[in-house]
Design a protein around this ligand. Structure first.
Ligand code: LLP
Length: 417
C-alpha cells in the first residue's frame, strides 16, 4: 500500500513499514511521519489531470514548509504559491523556478515585494495600497513586474468561516465595483504588466459545483478585461480542494474532477491555468505519531493523555476540525469513548473528542491522521513544547527529514543569561 493504512495484521502502516516498528527506531516522540510515495502520487494526480492544458501547479507552501518536501515537489515540476518574503526565499532555496511562483497576500511588505520583483515572481494585487507598494517596489528594483488581480467573487465555499476567503465581507481581494479603478491604475503605470486574474474561494471545499461557479465568474472577468485591451494569459483559480479527514469513505472530488470541471469552462480561451493546492497536495501524506502518557477518568468522561498537544497540532483546537485518530497496534483494553488530549495547560488542548477506541496503556502509539497540511507549519512552542522532528518513508526506508527543535534553540535567542 501507499500512505497510511491498516494492514492484514491489524497494525497501522506507512507504505511498507509498520508504524510500531518505526516507533522503535525513532528516539523522539511525538514526531511527524510522511510517505514520500503518497506525496509523489498526489502531485501526479494534479499533473495528469492537467495534461493537455497549459498550466502551473502552484504548491501552497503555507500548508507545509518542510524543505525536503518542497524540494521533492519542485523536482516533480511543481511551482509554488507564497505568502511571505521568507516563503519566497525558502522556495528559492528549494530550487523552484520563480517565474512559476506567485506571491499572494493582503499585507505584503515593501521588502517582500522588492524580492518578488527581483525574482520575477507573479504578484497578486490585493488592494489600492498594495498596488502602490508593488509599483514602488518595481521602481526601486528598476524593472517591470507581472501582476494578477485578486478578485473577490463573492461565492460561498460552504466551509468554516475561518477558512472562507472569497465572500463579500472577506479581507482578501478586490470587489467587482472597484475593478475598473485597478485596470486604469495598472494601465497608467509603465512598470506594471497585467497578465491575469486570481481568486481563492476558501479551503476544505468538498463540492465541485463551487469551483464551477468560481471559474464561471472568473472567465467573465477575463473576457471583460481582455475587451479593454489587456493581454490576460493566466487564470488562477486558487486552491481549496478538501480531503477525506473523516475516513468514512465519503466521496470527495478528486483533482481530476476539479480540473475537468474547470477545463470545460476555460476551453478555447487560450489561458494558462494556475492552481494553488495546499491541503490536497500534502494533507494525507503525514500522520502525527504520539505516545500515550496515561488514561484517566473524570466523572463520566474518559481521557487519553498523549505527549502531542495543541502546540504540535492546533487545527482541532482552532477550528474544531476532525482528524482521524487510531492506535498504532491492535489489542488494548475494552472499547470506550475518549477525548484525546495533550499535556498543555488549557482545555483547548485536545486532538480529538468523543472517539471510540480500545483502552490503551502508557507507552502505546497513537496516530493523528492527515497531518501533512497546516499542522507542522502551524505548530508553536507553547508551554515550551518544542517543535517535533519529521521523518519520511522513502523507498521502504525511514529517513529523518527535519531535526527536532530543542530547548537550546529557545535559550540561544536570549543574551546575557
Ligand atoms: N491559495 C490561497 C490564496 C490561499 O489563501 C490558500 C490557503 C491556498 C491557496 C491553499 O488552500 P488549500 O488548497 O490548502 O485549501 N489553516 C487552515 C487552512 C488555511 C488556508 C489558508 N489559505 C487549516 O488548517 O485548515
Amino acid at each position: 500500500g501507499t500512505g497510511f493504512y491498516t494492514g492484514d495484521d491489524v497494525y497501522l502502516y506507512c507504505d511498507q513499514l509498520r508504524i510500531e516498528d518505526i516507533r522503535q527506531q525513532v528516539p523522539e516522540s511525538p514526531f511527524y511521519l510522511y510517505s514520500e510515495a503518497k506525496l509523489t502520487q498526489n502531485y501526479r494526480a494534479y499533473a495528469e489531470a492537467l495534461q493537455g492544458l497549459a498550466s502551473i501547479i502552484g504548491y501552497a507552501v503555507k500548508a507545509n514548509n518542510n524543505m525536503i518536501l518542497m524540494k521533492h515537489l519542485q523536482q516533480q515540476g511543481s511551482g509554488a504559491v507564497l505568502v511571505s518574503g521568507n516563503e519566497l526565499q525558502a522556495a528559492v532555496a528549494a530550487g523552484f523556478d520563480t517565474t512559476r511562483t506567485i506571491l499572494n497576500g493582503n499585507g505584503k511588505l515593501p521588502w517582500e515585494l522588492e524580492l518578488a520583483v527581483e525574482h520575477d515572481v507573479l504578484v497578486n494585487v490585493d488592494s489600492e495600497f498594495d498596488l502602490a507598494n508593488i509599483s514602488a517596489a518595481a521602481k526601486r528594483a528598476g524593472k517591470p513586474v507581472k501582476v494578477l488581480i485578486r478578485i473577490n467573487p463573492d461565492i460561498d465555499p460552504q466551509v468554516h468561516p475561518y477558512v472562507s476567503t472569497g465572500l463579500a465581507g472577506s479581507k482578501f481581494g478586490i470587489r467587482n465595483s472597484h475593478l475598473q479603478w485597478f485596470l486604469d491604475a495598472i494601465r497608467a503605470d509603465p512598470l506594471l504588466e497585467l497578465v491575469g486574474v486570481h481568486s481563492h474561494l476558501g479551503s476544505t471545499i468538498s463540492k465541485v459545483d463551487i469551483f464551477r461557479d468560481g471559474a464561471t465568474v472568473m472567465v467573465g472577468f477575463v473576457k471583460m478585461i481582455r475587451e479593454q485591451g489587456f493581454d490576460i494569459k493566466y487564470l488562477n483559480i486558487g486552491g481549496g480542494l478538501g480531503i477525506d479527514y473523516y475516513h468514512r469513505g465519503d466521496k470527495l472530488p478528486s483533482p481530476k474532477d476539479l480540473i475537468d470541471t474547470v477545463r470545460s469552462i476555460v476551453a478555447d480561451l487560450g489561458l494558462t491555468i494556475i492552481i494553488e493546492p495546499g491541503r490536497s497536495m500534502v494533507g494525507n501524506t503525514s500522520a502525527l505519531v504520539n505516545t500515550v502518557t496515561g488514561v484517566k477518568t473524570n466523572g463520566n468522561k474518559n481521557f487519553i493523555v498523549i505527549d502531542g498537544s495543541m502546540s504540535t497540532l492546533i487545527r482541532p483546537s482552532l477550528y474544531d476540525t476532525y482528524q482521524h485518530i487510531e492506535l498504532t497496534a491492535p489489542g488494548g483494553g475494552k472499547e470506550q469513548t475518549f477525548d484525546i488530549v495533550g499535556p498543555v495547560c488549557e482545555s483547548a488542548d485536545f486532538l480529538g473528542k468523543e472517539r471510540e477506541l480500545a483502552t490503551p496503556s502508557a507507552g502505546d502509539g497513537l496516530v493523528v491522521h492527515d497531518a501533512g497540511a497546516y499542522c507542522m507549519s502551524m505548530a508553536s512552542t507553547y508551554n515550551l513544547k518544542m517543535r517535533p522532528p519529521e521523518y519520511w518513508v522513502k523507498n521502504g526506508k525511514l529517513q529523518k527529514i527535519r531535526h527536532a527543535e530543542t530547548l537550546e534553540d529557545h535559550l540561544r535567542a536570549f543574551e546575557g543569561l
